[in-house]
Design a protein around this ligand. Structure first.
Ligand code: G6P
Length: 615
């Protein structure tokens, strides 16, 4: 993970860098640092453990001048979070500074070789070897920074996005990428550099996404130069126009991004659906699927790989695709799939489901499946990210930037796209009737309004959260389409409140987990009117019979569960396959308010990062 920023031009670099680090803090926030070259050619590096605000405080009485600089916000992999391990790292002579996102797998071998050449290392990071290696190559080969970076990238194994500056040349940044994202913003006589486009959008909407193996030479008032990994051929630059707006990156009056993103869902899902259901409500249009019609019609199996919340959405996708397309679906954790020597047959379709489009394991699983002959399809949110740029096809969920580390609107966007996809493939295959497609497509269109109705109960959920703030453990139970909802509800609570919670299929509880039930362990049960409603009601009885407290999420007007549970939250009635889109909302709100009551850092919970670009 980690976020990197760079600037070269006429402005004070520090301001651009700090603002950019704030935007990228979601990628890691255990330490941060900046390096600027000042006019007389001095390299000033300031680093600080903790969040970017700690760095600002530290730098407040320092020389922050200079119109060229690089910066980093870290999520520690090698070496504990402290001032020394924070980036930028500096070469032994103090000439070169470097920031890095990724992991260098052969760093111990390189470190040993460089130590034998007299290099001393001050940090425990893998990154420091790269900056020392660059200096070593420059000194030995008497070459330019660009040539040294090109040579160094041949010797390092692993994933990296790096930005490098040389104190002796304050008119140049050299950047390179392999498996970690890097975007260059093109301004008027100035350039911006970042792990994603969010630090760039307020200055320019013209960007170039660097490809794997490319090296960029960035100089103000000069044309951007991008070379291939051999540093020989100049590559053609493809300029992309960003569609993002700066308002999307602000809290907009909400105390946290997470709350804003929960409340945004009526609009984000309207955007996600927009143009994808025909005006008569009879057909779904997803061009990525339609263009590959024969692949979807002829496949014998779909594999969905994902991590975290996206994996939960994938489980719902499995239900949807199996029910409406009659195609067997396997859902795998990307991290398990990639190392399991998976059976992938020609004609299999692999869907990589990822909000960020940058999750290292999901990207690696996709590449593996591609090598083994699968047709790969990406479903992502972040436009221009690595996954959508890797596969031959895919579609976006179009819910806008998600900043809160705990995923909310991306989850509902993913489920909505998977539902539309299932209807489309089912209709193409003839495994679902036109009437069913029309009924569900009409219900998909109702979702934004229904979510708005649920959001209007937020005060009630806030009150409920007060009752349960001090519970130490929670159980989340659900069945069928809402078993993944239970997993997701438990994950939301764990990650932002640090309360232990377990998501479980309600009927499986009696095979062990029921032993945990007592007066102190509340159960959140999703008991909506679906095909297993009666069974879920039994499961509630089993919890109540053991003295457990029950918060039930029920279909509007349900009186049976209301008389049984301690607290109920109602959601409107909808086609069963879409119920996870509604039950998600109270689960998100409950976790949010409990975390706020506990005084947690909701948007940046401890130890987490939003974009997990390391294994
Ligand atoms: C991290 C985030 C989660 C996310 C998961 C997968 O753990 O904190 O919110 O669900 O990564 O990320 P992706 O971007 O691939 O959906």
């Amino acid at each position: 993970m980690c976020g990197i920023v760079g600037y070269i031009g006429k402005r004070r670099a520090y301001d651009v860098l700090i603002q950019g680090l704030h935007r990228l803090e979601y990628r890691g926030y255990d330490s941060s640092g900046v390096a600027m070259i000042t006019d007389p050619g001095e390299l000033n590096i300031y680093k600080s453990k903790g969040k970017v605000s700690a760095l600002e405080h530290f730098a407040s009485n320092k020389d922050i001048s200079g119109t060229i600089g690089i910066a980093h916000t870290r999520w520690a992999t090698h070496g504990e979070p402290n001032d020394i391990n924070a980036h930028p790292h500096c070469s032994q002579s103090g000439r070169i500074a470097l920031v890095h996102n990724g992991t260098i797998e052969n760093y111990t071998v390189l470190k040993e070789a460089l130590s034998q050449q007299g290099f001393n290392f001050v940090s425990q990071t893998d990154t420091e070897v790269v900056v020392q290696l660059i200096e070593y190559i420059m000194d030995n080969n008497h070459c330019t920074l660009f040539e040294a970076v090109a040579e160094a990238t041949k010797r390092v194994v692993g994933a990296y996005a790096i930005a490098v500056i040389d104190r002796q040349n304050p008119r140049q940044i050299v950047a390179a990428r392999q498996s970690s994202p890097l975007v260059i913003g093109i301004g008027e006589g100035e350039y911006f550099l970042a792990s994603d486009a969010t630090p760039i959008i307020e200055y320019t909407n013209k960007v170039v996404y660097l490809n794997d193996g490319e090296i960029a030479v960035i100089e103000p008032d000069k044309e951007l130069k991008v070379y291939d990994s051999n540093a020989i051929g100049k590559n053609k630059i493809e300029i992309t126009e960003l569609q993002m707006s700066i308002e999307q990156l602000e809290k907009g009056g909400y105390p946290h991004f997470m709350l804003k993103e929960i409340f945004e869902q009526p609009r984000t899902l309207s955007d996600c659906i927009s143009g994808r259901i025909t005006a008569d409500g009879k057909r779904v249009v997803l061009s990525g699927v339609i263009e590959n019609r024969s692949k979807f019609l002829n496949t014998n199996r779909i594999i969905i790989v994902a991590c975290g919340t996206s994996w939960h959405a994938a489980l719902i996708g499995k239900h949807l695709i199996e029910e409406y397309c009659r195609i067997p679906v396997v859902v795998e954790y990307a991290s398990e799939f990639r190392y399991s020597n998976p059976v992938v047959n020609q004609g299999d379709i692999l869907i990589a489901l990822s909000q960020s489009g940058e999750t290292a394991d999901t990207l690696a699983a996709l590449e593996l499946a591609k090598q083994r002959g699968a047709f790969v399809f990406g479903i992502c949110n972040v436009i221009g990210s690595s996954i959508p740029r890797a596969p031959p096809s895919g579609c976006y969920i179009h819910v806008g930037p998600e900043i809160g580390v705990a995923s909310t609107k991306a989850f509902t966007g993913q489920v909505t796209v998977l539902a539309m996809m299932a209807l489309l493939i089912g209709q193409m295959k003839g495994t679902v009737t036109d009437q069913t497609v029309e009924k569900i497509a009409t219900d998909i269109r109702r979702i934004p309004t229904l979510i708005q109705d649920i959001l209007s109960q937020s005060e009630k959920i806030e009150d409920l959260a007060k009752i349960f703030t001090y519970a130490h453990n929670f159980l989340y139970l659900g069945r069928g389409y809402n078993y993944p909802s239970a997993l997701e509800g438990a994950l939301k609570l764990k990650e932002i409140s640090y309360i232990h919670a377990e998501g479980y299929p309600a009927a499986e509880m009696k095979h062990g987990t029921i032993a945990l039930i007592d007066n102190d362990m509340p159960s959140v049960v999703i008991a909506i009117k679906d095909n297993v409603y009666d069974k879920t009601v039994n499961n509630i009885q089993q919890v109540k019979a053991r003295g457990g407290k029950v918060v039930a999420i029920v279909t509007e007007g349900d009186t049976v569960v209301r008389n049984m549970a301690d607290y109920v939250i109602e959601v409107p009635e909808i086609s069963e396959c879409l119920t996870p889109l509604l039950t998600a909302i109270p689960l998100q709100l409950l976790a949010y308010y409990i975390a706020v009551n506990k005084g947690r850092d909701v948007d940046q919970p401890r130890n987490l990062a939003k974009s997990v670009t390391v294994e």
